[in-house]
Design a protein around this ligand. Structure first.
Ligand code: PXP
Length: 245
């Protein structure tokens, strides 16, 4: 099981102070240094979300990260012409299509791939034609997995938010949903990733889900990094992911 580290929140911290003066000589924290710390600690990729409102990651970050990282870049994006155009210029190894709503604190809910096939198909085709592997961030729902398969994407990223927020029986139910979804997706030949709300506390339970190829984790790692430093935070997560299938 591989780890992609979502470094959006490092940019959130930078923007809190330097949004109005991005070229200042004392801008910090440095996103490229953060990405390289994640790579040194064993991350297999760097994930960033270029949002329409540019609340954290900026356009120049995407281009500079593209040029500097040594692993792979996974660009999360909403399905809009503006961001698609940027993706086709940056050429990340992977694009993960996500729903995007301006008011949300972070991505809420999965992409409605089943309901948006017509809008998604041309975007998926253009990205794939450019050599980019496409992932859809979807709920662990059989209809959404079928839609992803029909769209011909390479990867599904199963939304683990409901699992992360649940306790007790509802949590066990979410693990079961994720398990069934992973089996279905893998059976259809899709790579199965997962993300959202994965933490040091819940990763152990998530390991019961089969076929997980890569996890995308942001908040928990960046939060822990405040106390331990980023390299340790990434290494610690990788150690907890360790014995998974
Ligand atoms: N995967 C996707 C598609 C996301 O949108 C996010 C949140 O930006 C994550 C993973 C990471 O979630 P978290 O920050 O809760 O680890």
């Amino acid at each position: 099981m591989l780890l992609g580290v979502n470094i959006d929140h490092i940019a959130t911290l930078r923007q809190a102070r330097y949004a109005a003066s991005p070229e200042a000589h004392n801008v910090e924290p440095d996103l490229l240094a953060a990405a390289s710390a994640c790579e040194r600690a064993g991350a297999s990729g760097i994930t960033i979300h270029l949002r329409a409102d540019r609340r954290h990651i900026q356009d120049r970050d995407v281009f500079r990260l593209r040029a500097s990282i040594n692993t792979k870049l996974n660009l999360e994006m909403g399905n809009t012409p503006e961001i698609l155009d940027i993706a086709l210029r940056v050429l990340p190894e992977e694009v993960c299509l996500v729903p995007e709503n301006r008011q949300e604190i972070t991505t809420e809910g999965g992409l409605d791939a089943a309901g948006q096939m017509r809008a998604l198909a041309p975007t998926v085709a253009r990205l794939q034609k450019a050599g980019i592997r496409v992932s859809l961030f979807i709920e662990p729902d059989p209809r959404q997995i079928d839609a992803a398969h029909q769209l011909g994407v390479e990867i599904v990223e199963l939304h683990t938010g409901a699992f992360a927020n649940a306790l007790g029986q509802p949590r066990a139910d979410e693990i079961r949903r994720l398990h069934l979804a992973a089996v279905q997706a893998r059976g259809l030949g899709l790579q199965v990733n997962a993300g959202h709300g994965i933490s040091y506390a819940n990763i152990g339970e998530l390991r019961a889900v089969p076929h997980l190829a890569e996890l995308n984790i942001g908040h928990a790692i960046v939060a822990r990094a405040i106390f331990t430093g980023l390299e340790s935070a990434v290494a610690e997560m990788l150690a907890l992911m360790g014995g998974a299938q």
